[in-house]
Unconditional design. Structure first.
Length: 146
């Protein structure tokens, strides 16, 4: 199938549908996770802008090498993660930690095209404090509006 591309109405067409740029951006900014994409050249290319990011970002990081976005003492870990994902030694690398009273889950995913070629790394960070507390089942909608 062809790569996603804008059609005549300014929509980006995918195999499973199409979205306007505004819809795509709104979806990415609605996800309950922080996402940051680093391309195959190790440059930060995108991050979503949710209301309360766990690890705040500024637009100044766009185009910067991922190594420049981390403290010197952790660069060797950053390099190992990216190299393992690039080489296919791992598809995902996970960490979890307590951060200011919240339990945070950080995952790094190898992003590959349809041919299996590495196109970058996706960092997904989520506050799972409340998720960890879930028990039993909830299958019905609450009547009370938030």
């Amino acid at each position: 199938a062809p790569a996603p591309k804008p059609d005549v109405e300014g929509r980006v067409t995918f195999e499973a549908g199409s979205l306007s740029r505004e819809e795509l951006e709104a979806i990415l900014n609605t996800l309950p996770v922080d996402i940051t994409f680093v391309d195959k050249e190790d440059k930060v290319r995108f991050f979503n802008q949710i209301e309360e990011r766990i690890f705040p970002r500024t637009r100044a990081i766009i185009g910067r090498s991922v190594q420049q976005c981390h403290p010197q003492k952790s660069i060797h870990v950053v390099n190992r993660i990216v190299e393992d994902l690039r080489a296919g030694r791992r598809d995902v690398v996970e960490f979890w930690m307590n951060q200011q009273g919240r339990f945070v889950h950080v995952r790094y995913f190898s992003v590959r095209d349809k041919n299996g070629e590495y196109v970058g790394t996706l960092e997904v960070t989520q506050d799972i404090t409340d998720i960890k507390k879930l028990e039993g089942e909830k299958r019905l909608l609450d009547d009370a509006a938030a």
